[in-house]
Design a protein around this ligand. Structure first.
Ligand SMILES: Nc1ncnc2c1ncn2[C@@H]1O[C@H](COP(=O)(O)OP(=O)(O)OP(=O)(O)O)[C@@H](O)[C@H]1O
Ligand SMILES: [Mg+2]
Length: 262
């Protein structure tokens, strides 16, 4: 049976219980299609990172199912998947070029062959002129750009980002939001983006998965049915504000009855 919009992956009733007994995620279901921009939004401990790691194959499901469509196996080492962590996790002793080359090097692509591909990835994130510098010479925002270039150098169909901009100042974050949207629109991969920020999730996403803790679970899925490109006009619009209010209310509904002790 063929569906109208073929999904990239489907998560069915996925749960994760850690060996210490913590139920980090309970009964999560999600279909991700081609060229979607999905955000996982929720407070600390609601299982956002756990869900992302399950999708990446970095951790196993305790129950439920993860199906990839059009491929048998897509694990973390697979070229079809890029992962960006909250910290840029760059190798400090290696130049920017070598940091971005790493995923290709690991699958046996030699420097000369990788060269144009690495340079193209650096160009995507606006760092063409920085290939030969060391991470310590870069600002926080630039390090994050390198981390995104490294995740995209294999041209994955899915990019997973775990609170990539949380440590950045507001202006840098807005700039990176805009640049990420531009790259996404041009290269047409799908994104799953983890954030604490209602504003960031509404600005970026075509769909927001609102989550709640104890146990970590999905409480609502909200579509942000607004056209791209999105820019300052959207960010300052009444419609943007209306979406933010609706998403905040969904989030607060999920916290109802949960003790806040941190
Ligand atoms: N390896 C682990 N072993 C035991 N418990 C874990 C482990 N990793 C996460 N947890 C617990 O699972 C729950 C969900 O954690 P997770 O890191 O997925 O939340 P999160 O939504 O990403 O939170 P944050 O916003 O703080 O990053 C939390 O209660 C956390 O303490
Ligand atoms: Mg997390």
């Amino acid at each position: 049976m063929e569906s109208a919009a073929p999904a990239l992956f489907s998560l069915r009733d996925a749960s994760k219980r850690f060996s210490n007994g913590t139920l980090a995620l309970e009964g999560m279901s999600l279909d991700c299609g081609e060229h979607e921009f999905i955000s996982f939004l929720g407070p600390s401990g609601c299982g956002k990172s756990t869900a992302l790691r399950l999708i990446a194959g970095l951790t196993d499901l305790s129950s439920g199912q993860l199906d990839w469509h059009g491929a048998a196996d897509r694990t973390a080492g697979n070229r079809d998947l890029g992962f960006v962590f909250q910290e840029p996790t760059l190798m400090p002793w290696a130049r920017v070029f070598d940091n971005v080359w790493l995923p290709l090097k690991l699958i046996g692509v030699k420097r000369a062959e990788a060269d144009p591909v690495v340079r193209q990835a650096l160009e995507m994130v606006g760092l063409s002129r920085f290939a030969e510098v060391y991470p310590r010479e870069l600002s926080g925002g630039m390090k994050m750009r390198v981390s995104i270039a490294r995740a995209l150098v294999t041209r994955p169909r899915l990019l997973l980002l775990d609170e990539p901009f949380a440590a950045l100042d507001e202006m840098t974050r807005i700039k990176l939001n805009n640049d990420l949207l531009a790259i996404w629109r041009e290269h047409r991969f799908s994104v799953v983006f983890v954030t604490h920020s209602v504003y960031e999730s509404v600005y970026l996403s075509s769909r927001i998965v609102v989550m709640a803790p104890r146990p970590g679970r999905v409480i609502e899925e909200i579509r942000i049915d607004e056209p791209y490109p999105r820019g300052e006009a959207f960010r300052t619009s009444t419609r943007y504000n209306t979406h933010c209010t609706a998403v905040s209310q969904a989030l607060q509904g999920g916290l109802h009855g949960v003790d806040i002790d941190h």
